[in-house]
Design a protein. Structure first.
Length: 227
């Protein structure tokens, strides 16, 4: 495991911050200064500022993200963060992002390998959103969403769209571009007024109120790994 990933798993810092610690000479491996390209083996002794650090157990958390929280570990503007909502002994970080005003299912973990897999377009992780929109989308507009719409960074992949109410749409997609759902609905003439993700990679928010979280069951983790 690369040294910065080890420090992240140990709950010391993010990988970027870990790189800064390494470059500052504050990290040693078996008594020698760590380097950015240092790999850590199971029996190696890692210390930061002379204090030993150890890997934390792999942890997987599902959060019902409330509105007004940002999907980061810290925020320079002082806004509440999703990491601050999860009071867990292990340091977990969000997989992907939800806008500050978007609510719903968000996975946090310290399993960097799984997080990378889930975020990679190749694995086509399903995300299901409920959107309240301006106007009343027609069957034609829903059809355009399903076929894929042209955005400024290229056409979207086909999605599944269905009407839940005159001004409420469910949209299921496998991509994860920035602001994608909002941009897609705006492209067909129906800007989003409220957005909620009710399912991520098969995980639902059943039993979770906004701001609440739970650890995943071992069977749920296994399903994510076997995607």
């Amino acid at each position: 495991m690369r040294l910065n990933a080890y420090l992240a798993r140990a709950g010391v810092a993010s990988r970027r911050k870990a790189d800064e610690l390494i470059k500052a000479g504050r990290v040693t491996v078996n008594g020698e200064p760590g380097q950015l390209n240092t790999f850590v083996q199971r029996r190696d002794r890692v210390e930061v500022d002379g204090a030993p650090v150890e890997l934390q157990p792999l942890t997987y958390v599902l959060l019902h993200k409330p509105a007004g929280t940002v999907t980061t570990a810290s925020d320079p503007q002082g806004r509440p963060t999703v990491v601050g909502l999860v009071d867990h002994a292990a340091r977990v970080v969000p997989v992907g992002r939800l806008d500050a005003d978007t609510t719903g299912a968000l996975l946090l973990t310290n399993d960097g390998e799984l997080a990378h897999r889930l975020a990679h377009p190749r694995y086509e992780v399903e995300k299901v959103y409920e959107a309240e929109v301006e106007g009343e989308p027609s069957d034609e507009a829903l059809g355009r969403l399903e076929q894929g719409v042209e955005l400024d960074d290229g056409p979207t992949a086909p999605a599944r769209a269905r009407r839940l109410a005159p001004r409420r749409v469910e949209l299921s997609l496998h991509e994860g571009r920035k602001h994608q759902v909002k941009r897609m609905l705006a492209a067909v003439g129906h800007p989003v007024t409220r957005l909620h993700r009710n399912r991520y990679a098969g995980l639902t928010l059943e039993g979770l109120e906004p701001g609440q979280w739970r650890e995943l069951e071992p069977s749920e983790v296994e399903r994510l790994r076997n995607r």
